[in-house]
Design a protein around this ligand. Structure first.
Ligand SMILES: [Zn+2]
Length: 86
């Protein structure tokens, strides 16, 4: 038996997103809308070298990203069924 936790497609590659309250103003990586201090936003890690580089997204964009992840997962599951011959 392999040791350790089962990885997921999300936590296994780049890492899970996290929700933060912006401490200072910045802008959304996707739509460039301003995220003002005190706003809730989401961060997605992007690995590039030794440490994760967190990309910040407004909650509108993050909702779309989660929906896209859902539909990707459905596709992956369908393909898995085909590979397994179900
Ligand atoms: Zn956005």
């Amino acid at each position: 038996m392999p040791k350790g936790k089962v990885i997921s497609l999300i936590s296994g590659s780049s890492g899970k997103p996290r929700y933060v309250v912006a401490q200072r103003g910045c802008s959304c990586t996707r739509c460039n809308n301003p995220i003002t201090s005190g706003d809730r936003c989401a961060e997605i890690p992007k690995l590039g070298g030794a440490y994760a580089n967190w990309k910040r997204y407004c909650l509108n964009c993050f909702t779309l990203i989660v929906e896209q992840t859902d539909s990707d997962l459905i596709k992956i599951r369908e393909e898995l069924n085909i590979v397994q011959g179900n």
